[in-house]
Design a protein around this ligand. Structure first.
Ligand code: FES
Length: 176
């Protein structure tokens, strides 16, 4: 009786070999999938990065307006590009980031106090973006200003960090 049961439950030689062959194929398939993923990763790693296109650079350059529309000692906000154009008392220009260098809040210009005052932790910056009251650890970031045909343009593609204000950061209009 027992002998018969064992014999009935034992897999036939053909069935076992089919199962083994199926498992082998499955392993080969999984191996190929893993290899394809690995090759994809290697390819992505070595693929050259896309260069910034001229169109992207052009889009990042924002026309702020003619020189004469910015009076000395004023700050003008630009929503697109999230920057300020500050015209200093001596006629020079700075393009300042609106982002506080403490924890990244948007810093408004408070004209009646003639300074930027961060609403989050009360850091204060003067018209050049220099810290006049911490906790902000450094001056507001700046953008490059381009003056073409007496028109102020701001290149927002590269925001430049700085520890403090320096006169070399000012852009002056060409003397006519
Ligand atoms: S985020 Fe501006 S002072 Fe903290």
């Amino acid at each position: 009786m027992t002998y018969q049961k064992t014999q009935n439950n034992a897999p036939a030689e053909g069935t076992s070999s089919t199962r083994r062959s199926l498992l082998t194929k499955l392993w080969v398939l999984l191996g190929l999938v893993a290899l394809a993923e690995l090759l994809g990763l290697v390819f992505a790693f070595f693929k050259p990065r896309k260069q910034t296109t001229n169109a992207a650079v052009q889009n990042a350059i924002i026309t702020a307006g003619p020189e004469e529309s910015f009076l000395p000692g004023t700050v003008t906000a630009f929503v697109r590009g999230r920057f300020y154009v500050a015209r200093l008392a001596d006629g020079g220009f700075l393009a300042l980031s609106r982002t506080c260098t403490h924890l990244g809040c948007t810093v408004p210009w408070v004209a009646r106090e003639n300074k930027f005052i961060c609403p989050c932790h009360s850091s204060q910056f003067d018209i050049t973006g220099e810290v006049i009251s911490p906790p902000a650890p450094r001056a507001l970031d700046i953008y490059q200003i381009i003056i073409e045909n007496n028109v102020i343009k701001v290149d927002t593609s590269k925001r430049k960090k700085r520890s403090q204000f320096a006169a070399s950061q000012i852009t002056y209009p060409k003397k006519t």
